[in-house]
Design a protein around this ligand. Structure first.
Ligand code: SF4
Length: 553
C-alpha cells in the first residue's frame, strides 16, 4: 500500500473540485489554522503532552499545567477536567470553561473490544478504589471512565494499566477514538467472522501515531463480525460489518459517515466486500480522507459525516479507491439489517462448548469495588475474562456450563444481573451534570431512579422499549436512536420556572428500520415529571397497539 502520510505524499485530488469557499481542507492547500483548536494542534502535536504529564505536571501539580494543554491536548491522553461540583445546569453555557473546571480529572481508559483478563479487571477495579474515589463507569464506547483523578497520580495509573495491556491513549481529542469491537468476537456460535486481529493491527499501526493525531475532529471506529451488528455501526464514522461473499466467503462491508449530536446522520453503506487482512489498510484510507479532505474551518462541521453527505457514498468510494488504496474494491450488497437485541444479555453458547454470559449493571454505573468483586468471581469460577459492550453492559467469556447458574447467582449479589428487567436492560445514560462540563441536567441518578420506578410500574413487558438519557444535545448516549431519546435541557415547569428537563425524541432505532426518533415541540418533560411521562406513553402504547406493532411504529 502507498505511503499515505500527507506531508510526504499529498494525495492526487484530480477528481475532486476545489471548493469555492474555504472549509479548511488540507488537501486544497488550506493549511493555516482557521480556529483555536486547529491552532493549538499546529502549535504542538497533542501526543507530546504525554511526556509533560509524566515528567512535569504530575510532579509540580495542577497549577503548573499550561492552559493550552489543560483544556486542549490533555484530551489526547484521555483526560478532561471534570465539572466543579455544585454548578447548576443553567450556568453551563453562561460560564467560561475555566470557571466550570474542577482541579480533578475524568480519565477514560479504552478497551477497544479486547478480552479483559481477570487480572485486567482487577487492575481496573483497584485503580478506581485507590485513585478515583471508587468511580469506574462502563461507557457506551467500551471504556472504563474514572472521576476524581489527581494529576499527580496519573503516572502510577498508566503504569498499572500498562501492566495489563491497557491505556488511555487518544481516548478523547481529534484522534482515532476508542474502537468498538464485538463483545463476543471469536466465541459466538453464530459469528460470521472474527475481526479481533484487524482491530489489534489498527491499534498497533495507527494509535500514538503522529500521522493520525491531528484529525479535524473525533473519529469513531466500530467493527463486528456478529450478525446482530452489535457495535451500533450506524452511528460511527467508519464501521466494518460482517458480510459473506458467495465466492470469497466471510469478510466485511464498510459504512462511513455516521454520527449523532446536533446534526444526526446514519452511516452510509458502501456495499463492498473486503477480506479481514485488508481492514487496516481500508481504515487507514478512510481516516486519511478525513484528515486530508475533512472540514476544519468550523468545529460544528468538522465530522466525517458532513463530507460524506456532501460527496455522496459513490464519490467517497471512488476517492478511497483511486487516491488512497490504488485498487478497486469488490462490490457486494450490504448485509441484511438485524432485528432484536444487540447486547448479549443472558446465557449463550460458545463455539468451544462453553458459555458466555451478558450482565447488566444499571445505566453503566459500576465502581472500583464492584470490578474487584467481579475479578474475584472470574478467578473463582475459572472464567477467561470479560468484555465491555456499546450498551454499557459486561459480557463474561468462557464460562464452564456446569458453573453457569451458580455464577449468575453470585453476579446478582454484586449488582450484575444476567436476567435484568426490560428497563434495566434497555436504559442507558451519559455522564451528565455530576461530572461533565457540557451537561445541563443530571442523567445517571435520574435514569437509575427511572429504571427502579418503571420496574415497579411495569414489572413485565413483552416487547423491548429503550430509553437513552443524555445531559445535553451532544448525544453521547445516542439520543436519536432510542424509543425514548431524552436530550437534557432547561424546561418550564407548571409555575413557569426554568427547571431541569428533557426534549423527548420518540421511536428512534438502529438495525432493521434504523431511523431517528420524532421530535415534536410538545415533547418536553421536566426531570421530575419523567416517570409519569414515560409511564403514560408506554401505557397508551400497550393499550392501543395492533398485533405485532412495535413501539417505534
Ligand atoms: Fe456530557 Fe452532553 Fe455527552 Fe452527556 S451528552 S456526557 S452531558 S457532553
Amino acid at each position: 500500500m502507498a505511503d499515505l502520510r500527507f506531508d510526504s505524499q499529498p494525495p492526487k485530488h484530480t477528481d475532486v473540485p476545489r471548493p469555492r469557499r474555504a472549509e479548511g481542507q488540507w488537501s486544497f492547500g488550506y493549511r493555516e489554522p482557521l480556529n483555536k483548536n486547529e491552532e493549538s494542534k499546529k502549535n504542538d502535536d497533542p501526543l507530546n503532552v504525554r511526556d509533560r504529564i509524566l515528567y512535569t505536571y504530575s510532579k509540580r501539580g495542577f497549577d503548573s499545567i499550561d492552559p493550552a494543554d489543560l483544556r486542549g491536548r490533555f484530551r489526547w491522553l484521555g483526560l478532561y477536567t471534570q465539572r466543579k461540583p455544585g454548578i447548576d445546569g443553567g450556568k453551563t453555557g453562561a460560564l467560561e470553561e475555566e470557571e466550570l473546571d474542577d482541579r480533578y480529572f475524568m480519565l477514560r481508559v479504552r478497551s477497544d473490544g479486547k478480552l479483559l483478563s481477570p487480572a485486567a479487571v482487577r487492575a481496573l477495579g483497584t485503580i478506581g478504589v485507590d485513585y478515583a474515589r471508587d468511580t469506574a463507569d462502563v461507557t457506551d464506547r467500551e471504556n472504563i471512565q474514572y472521576h476524581w483523578i489527581d494529576i499527580k497520580d496519573v503516572p502510577s495509573i498508566w503504569e498499572r494499566l500498562d501492566e495489563v495491556g491497557l491505556h488511555s491513549m487518544e481516548a478523547c481529542g481529534d484522534s482515532p477514538r476508542p474502537f468498538l469491537g464485538s463483545p463476543v468476537a471469536g466465541v459466538a456460535v453464530d459469528e460470521i467472522i472474527d475481526g479481533t486481529s484487524a482491530l489489534a493491527e489498527i491499534e498497533r499501526r495507527y494509535l500514538n501515531n503522529k500521522d493520525f493525531s491531528n484529525l479535524p475532529r473525533k473519529f469513531k471506529t466500530a467493527l463486528t463480525g456478529h450478525p446482530s451488528q452489535d457495535v451500533s455501526p450506524e452511528t460511527n464514522d467508519v464501521s466494518f460489518v460482517g458480510s459473506v461473499h458467495p465466492e470469497h466467503g466471510p469478510g466485511f462491508d464498510v459504512w462511513v459517515g455516521g454520527g449523532l449530536s446536533t446534526n444526526p446522520m446514519l452511516a452510509q453503506k458502501m456495499g463492498v466486500w473486503i477480506p479481514l487482512e485488508d481492514v487496516p489498510d481500508v481504515w487507514e484510507g478512510v481516516a486519511s480522507i478525513f484528515r486530508d479532505y475533512g472540514y476544519r474551518r468550523l468545529r460544528s462541521r468538522a465530522r466525517l459525516k458532513f463530507l460524506v453527505a456532501d460527496w455522496g457514498i459513490e464519490k467517497f468510494q471512488e476517492v478511497l479507491e483511486n487516491e488512497y488504496l490504488g485498487k478497486k474494491l469488490v462490490n457486494l450488497e450490504s448485509p441484511a439489517s438485524p432485528v432484536g437485541h444487540r447486547d448479549h444479555i443472558g446465557v449463550h453458547a460458545q463455539k468451544d462448548g462453553k458459555s458466555y454470559i451478558g450482565v447488566a449493571p444499571s445505566v453503566g454505573r459500576v465502581s472500583g469495588t464492584l470490578l474487584v468483586q467481579l475479578a474475584d468471581l472470574l478467578e473463582e469460577y475459572g472464567v477467561a475474562g470479560a468484555r465491555l459492550t456499546p450498551y454499557q453492559k459486561i459480557v463474561l467469556i468462557g464460562v464452564d456450563n456446569d458453573k453457569v447458574e451458580a455464577l449468575i447467582e453470585r453476579l446478582d449479589e454484586i449488582g450484575l444481573s444476567a436476567r435484568p428487567s426490560n428497563w434495566r436492560r434497555n436504559t442507558m445514560a451519559c455522564t451528565g451534570i455530576e461530572f461533565c462540563k457540557l451537561a445541563i441536567v443530571d442523567t445517571k441518578e435520574r435514569a437509575r431512579s427511572l429504571v427502579t420506578e418503571l420496574e415497579r410500574r411495569f414489572p413485565t413487558l413483552d416487547t423491548p422499549i429503550t430509553v437513552n438519557v443524555n445531559g445535553c444535545p451532544n448525544a453521547c448516549a445516542r439520543t436519536q436512536v432510542a424509543d425514548f431519546g431524552l436530550k437534557g435541557q432547561l424546561v418550564l415547569d407548571d409555575e413557569g420556572q426554568q427547571v431541569e428537563g428533557f426534549q423527548v425524541h420518540l421511536g428512534g432505532a438502529t438495525g432493521l428500520g434504523a431511523n431517528f426518533g420524532r421530535k415534536l415541540r410538545a415533547h418536553k418533560v421536566t426531570s421530575e415529571g419523567l416517570d409519569d411521562y414515560v409511564s403514560n406513553v408506554v401505557t397508551n402504547y400497550l393499550v392501543d397497539r395492533k398485533e405485532d406493532e412495535i413501539f417505534a411504529d
